[in-house]
Design a binder for this molecule. Structure first.
Ligand code: HMG
Ligand code: MG
Length: 301
């Protein structure tokens, strides 16, 4: 396992995964400004919102407005989560550049998060992928709980591989593997990736690791060494899933960027500009970033 990529495509999920779990309402204008600052920093893939039930995730209820107010930059893909065809219709009306379906490798998490079994979810996703393709929109797939579930504990890597393969066969161009509760450790990550890459090309895998137990960078190092070249992260380490109790933020973009810059792996994202986005959003939510790198660099400024 020493297939480090020369460049990594960063998927900035702060405006969606990051903000969806914020307890206090974040204004539409703040979300818009955050997305614009992230594009200024050089991000080319920004998960901008989520077309889910506002009863389930109230913070994302204004995603349509966010999409209508952002300053779209050439070459930037602004994406959204779509759990069903209703979500897809709303994402299409908002002119999202791409959409994402999201399933799980754990039955219990699937029920808690999207109110159906894994099998039902895949049946529900098929028309989303088909209709998105008919409208020329690429579809990403997410598999949650790839290294552990808040309700079931251990998850078999084979269960991850199975859902990932079905999503790709369905027409997703990439599948993002989510350590939703951040319980993974490096050897476990390695084993999971070995099993998944037996059935799915590594070029189609993204790593979506939450940093709840401080393991995300170590796990990402393992993923990189296996040849994974797509990493999801959230500015300032914002985030968590409302249906995964105790799950804290995504790995911070600043921490990932510092590691990749240090390893000579290019991303196209500029740290100084990224820190502007970080300061902006943390001031808006009234906290310090959970990113060690952001705190260290902000203090040294
Ligand atoms: P349900 O209650 O089973 O849905 O929810 P339903 O089809 O029975 O409809 C119930 C009501 O919801 C109806 O409205 C529908 O119109 C409405 P009513 O008639 O009662 O007024 N509805 C919708 N409204 C807006 N947009 C929609 C939509 N669909 C139905 N798309 C559903 C099923 C999937 C909708 C719900 O469970 C849901 O919205 N879940 C989303 C939960 C969520 O967003 N979780 C966080 C994102 S996943 C995550 O963070 C993990 C990830 O980051 C990877 C990782 O870390 O592992 C991706
Ligand atoms: Mg997540």
């Amino acid at each position: 396992m020493n297939n480090f990529p020369k460049s990594v495509s960063l998927v900035e999920v702060g405006p969606r995964d990051g903000l969806q779990n914020e307890k206090t309402e974040v204004s539409t204008q703040t979300k818009v400004e955050l997305v614009n600052l992230l594009a200024d920093a050089g991000h080319r893939r920004i998960e901008t919102g989520s077309f889910v039930s506002p009863k389930w995730v109230p913070q994302m209820a204004d995603s349509g407005e966010v999409f209508s107010l952002i300053s779209r930059r050439e070459g930037v893909s602004y994406s959204a989560l779509t759990p069903n065809t209703k979500g897809l219709e709303n994402a299409l009306s908002a002119n999202a550049d791409e959409v994402a379906i999201f399933g799980a490798a754990s039955e219990s998490f699937s029920q808690k998060n999207i109110n159906c079994s894994i099998e039902e979810s895949l049946e529900r996703f098929a028309p989303v992928v088909e209709q998105a393709a008919a409208r020329g929109k690429p579809v990403r797939g997410y598999v949650s709980c790839v290294l552990g579930c808040p309700y079931e504990g251990e998850i078999a890597p084979e269960a991850v591989a199975n859902v990932a393969k079905i999503m790709l066969d369905m027409g997703c161009y990439e599948v993002s593997l989510g350590d939703t509760i951040g319980t993974g450790t490096p050897f476990k990550t390695q084993r999971m990736l070995e099993v998944v890459t037996d059935v799915v090309p590594v070029s189609k895998i993204g790593a979506h690791f939450h940093d709840t137990y401080g393991q995300a960078l170590a796990n990402l190092y393992v993923a990189l060494s296996a040849g994974v070249s797509v990493i999801d992260s959230a500015v300032a380490g914002l985030g968590g899933c409302p249906y995964a109790k105790g799950a804290s933020g995504n790995v911070a973009t600043e921490d990932v960027l510092y590691m990749l810059d240090g390893m000579g792996i290019s991303t196209g994202v500029d740290m100084t500009r990224l820190l502007k986005a970080s300061s902006f959003i943390m001031e808006a939510v009234g906290r310090k970033p959970s990113s060690k790198v952001a705190n260290a660099l902000m203090e040294s400024c």
